[in-house]
Write a protein that binds this ligand. Sequence first.
Ligand code: ZN
Length: 308
Amino acid sequence: MILNRMSLLALALIMAPVLVLAADPLLVFVSVVPQQTFVERIGGDRVRVRAMVKPGESPHTFEPTPHQVAELAKADLYVRIGESFEAGWLERMRAANPTMRILDSRDGIALLSEVGDHEHEHDANGHDHAEGHTESDSGSVDEDEEAMDTHLWTSPPLVKQMGAGIRDTLTELEPESSALFAANYAQFAADLDALDAEIRARLARAKADRFMVFHPAWGYFAATYGLTQIPIESEGKEPGARALVGLIDQARREGVHAVFVQPQMSPRAAEQVARAIDGRVEVIDPLAADYFDNMRRVAGLIADAPDQ
Ligand code: ZN
């Protein structure tokens, strides 16, 4: 009896550290909220995920707080997406946590230029200015990187690709959960395929082949579904008077009846265009946490935009 209790105690002592380890999920940091949704879908209860950019903030003007950088000291993984603050703060993130794994979700993805088909303008210093990025004075930001469209997640097939990278990296960090990550990813990928098919069907029934947005966050969505995004914002700024007149003419020619804005940006120019064409301003959020419902809604609104 005593022997049994002692061996149970010994067993408990041996098992305790293992149990504690297994109970502690991986701490994962991401840049924007949709990435949090993706990592949570794949990691399940084996991850705790924190997004650097909180709802309502613009990722393009965001700077991490010292508190956030300090928190990174505990992180197992950072998943990059290409926001400008990442490059500027990477050294500090590394210093805070040299062993933190960094996954770059842009790997293997053909990036689009921020300004799409439009002429690429340079300032006197030869710098590209895109989307209100401010170059961090903490370090040099790669020019090409900065000029690229960072909104990769607006394309469900790209999310599927990014998800495979997340699955593989989580598996490397916690091999004992590989079956869980594989199963979660399979379901996530199937849901993305279904979403993709649904969006294609929705757009096929519509006349939409172009849509007008204030902030050009939907370039990958447009490229995936054969649409053209017409941005009002140019190089991160509201258009001047002459550009605005040109946009209003274009909106009339293209039969645009809706101008899309997002909650993080104040869209005076969008309202001006909408008023001039007797159209409406419609809010679509590229940063929403409920990825699937949000993408369905966006596809529906874009499909309806030219007709109503
Ligand atoms: Zn954006």
